[in-house]
Design a binder for this molecule. Sequence first.
Ligand code: NAD
Ligand code: ZN
Length: 355
Amino acid sequence: MRALVKKERSPGLWLEEVPRPVPGEFDVLIRVLRASICGTDVHIYEWDAWAQKTIPTPMVIGHEFVGVIEAVGRFVHDFQPGMIVTGEGHVVCGRCRNCLAGRRHLCNQTSGVGVNRPGAFAEYLTIPETNVWLADPKIPLEILSCFDPLGNAVHTALSFDVLGEDVLITGAGPIGLMAVPIVRHAGARYVVITDVNPYRLELARKLGVTVALDARTGSLHEVMSRLGMKEGFDVGLEMSGDAGALNGMLAVMCHGGKLALLGIQSKKAAIDWDLVVFNGLTIKGIYGREMYETWYKMTALIQSGLDIAPVITHHFPFDAYEEAFELMRSGQSGKIILHWEDGPLPPGAAGLKSE
Ligand code: NAD
Ligand code: ZN
């Protein structure tokens, strides 16, 4: 089969012919239909310090996907060939304290699809049965292929009650953008998002944000006074991984405010702990998605009208991956979908914007 492989320990990806994976007795073999590009894939492509210490080579990468079941292992009873499925990219140990307690997102020995084990940028993928999520086939494939990052957004956005609250999101990358309609759907009053990228701020406006603020030039205090907010934001969702954004957020939270941190700080971020202590802030770190409560919630949210379609801006056939990765790196995109199935791309696709 064909797959995108990190073949050498240097920047780039290689489209290679590799053996089709053989499912084990408890595994499911999935024929990949769509896969989307994540920031993690870009780190692996660029071969940054994190990728160098994390990724064994050769490695088929990619972990955001939707596909159709091709075959199942001997002991798999809940899934059959032909089912449309997506899947959780964190494979957990099942035996640690948290796994045994049903808190699998807190497993201390997680391995990652497309990171430490073969991934989804391939014609076929095999994952354990316990990682397969049966999709509602009424949900469009391109949305299902984004369930992994949508799960990050849902997990973060629903960490604290947002009904009737004012929410600040820092970072309008694909996940920050998805968080906008989620907190709207969940009943937030004002949703303010910041970024330093005008293209992404414009996408945030399409997704119904109250204010999309350019952090380079705008002031959150000014936004607050314009909106008539007196005491600060009730809930903060940090989705940029930027230390300046995190510190800016801490400074505009109301007393007793709650912060969920998804962004991975590229440098060790220093913060003003006085703001946390004297303002009584609660900070929660978010990793991955809750298995499988987040998956249940995101399915139900989409079924009840949550629309993340504007976050998906481009489609490419998988063999145009170089162009797709360059576009992703440029920041002039939302989510980018790679098509792995044979046959035509949807109208307006093949690297063109999906409007
Ligand atoms: P992304 O890199 O596409 O988005 C980050 C956005 O933050 C970009 O649009 C960037 O322009 C913006 N930004 C940079 N500096 C800023 C500033 N000073 N103020 C406001 N915005 C600023 O990433 P993504 O895929 O949307 O993911 C969001 C974050 O979550 C990333 O840090 C990513 O590494 C992290 N992440 C964490 C998990 C987890 O499990 N914890 C999972 C996936 C992604
Ligand atoms: Zn575990």
